[in-house]
Design a protein around this ligand. Structure first.
Ligand SMILES: C[S@@+](CC[C@H](N)C(=O)[O-])C[C@H]1O[C@@H](n2cnc3c(N)ncnc32)[C@H](O)[C@@H]1O
Length: 296
């Protein structure tokens, strides 16, 4: 789950819509920690297996991958050198001696040989890509036949809450529209299964992972409703106003209404989707056009 962060333009933003500020890094870390049990449940890789985390960002998920698969050989890539530096520091601080190799690379052009990995893990990355199906199909090159791909994405259409608020819904819709205008899809969670199937994966299993916060879960309301979701929507304020989608006053009222749902008598619902799929063996005919020379 990401954000268009309007206060980050001065940073190493490149083509990535979210920016790379310290605030965004903290948000991603808080999000990953709050959701670790929900999102990482069922993901543990065998000792000695070769695992690639694609788009590791600041290492927010990497620390959880390492914790759950201490014997795996993990490689983590991202296009942002600054994020990789933060990821390195985060993992060194929380898991000293962890077996992680870091590489600055674009997932569309990975510097690894064919079938270099047994498992791939991709979290909150596809939502930013203009052609996620092509990206998923391309990742198959570095995944050995029979190896697995695990994908986690959110879906902002799954956000509903009490008290309901048209202004809060409008603020969320602005975030969805801005992400779409940047070539991404904040509603991608519901598409994981068809995307993976279309990209050539087999034995695809996809399912919802729901966050529900209410007065009995004040910690979750703080960490997720306020610290993750409302913070993410709030961060598009400048872009939404600049695009003429809203006024500062209307947007701020929407955010206030969204934050209101974290009170003791409020409720908040959001669903992530997690999918696991297998890279099928390359048939002789299909293999004629796939792959290319190995690298790295
Ligand atoms: C929202 S962050 C998620 C980071 C991390 N997976 C997490 O869950 O905290 C998306 C990350 O994808 C990276 N990214 C975007 N496009 C990429 C590409 N073409 N190749 C590699 N990384 C990419 C960004 O640099 C960013 O770090």
């Amino acid at each position: 789950m990401g954000t268009t962060v309007d206060d980050q333009r001065g940073d190493e933003r490149g083509g990535y819509v979210h920016g790379y500020s310290r605030r965004e890094a903290d948000r991603l870390g808080d999000q990953a920690d709050a959701l670790a049990a929900l999102l990482h449940d069922g993901t543990a890789y065998p000792e000695g297996s070769r695992v690639l985390e694609v788009g590791c960002g600041v290492g927010a998920q990497t620390v959880h991958l390492v914790a759950r698969s201490p014997g795996a050989h993990l490689t983590a890539v991202d296009v942002s050198a600054a994020s990789l530096d933060q990821a390195r520091a985060r993992v060194a601080a929380s898991r000293p001696g962890a077996d992680v190799r870091w590489r600055e690379a674009d997932l569309h052009d990975l510097p690894f040989s064919d079938a270099a990995f047994d498992h791939l893990f991709v979290c909150f990355v596809l939502e930013h890509l203009p052609d996620p199906r092509a990206a998923l199909a391309g990742l198959r090159r570095v995944l050995r036949p029979g190896g697995t791909l695990t994908v986690v994405e959110g879906d902002h259409g799954s956000a509903f809450f009490h008290p309901d608020s048209a202004r809060a819904r409008a603020a969320i819709a602005h975030q969805v529209a801005l992400q779409a205008a940047a070539g991404g899809d904040a509603l991608i969670g519901r598409r994981l299964r068809p995307l993976l199937t279309a990209a050539g994966y087999r034995r695809v299993t996809a399912g919802p992972r729901t966050v529900y916060a209410d007065g009995d879960r004040p910690g979750l309301a703080r960490a997720f409703t306020l610290g993750t979701f409302a913070a993410m929507v709030e961060s598009v304020r400048g872009d939404a106003v600049a695009a003429g989608l809203t006024t500062p006053a209307d947007f701020d009222r929407g955010i206030a209404d969204l934050r209101r749902t974290a009170a003791a008598d409020g409720t908040f619902h959001y669903t992530f989707f997690k999918a696991v799929a297998v890279n099928p063996p390359v048939s002789r005919r299909a293999g004629a056009g796939r792959g290319g020379p190995g690298r790295g």
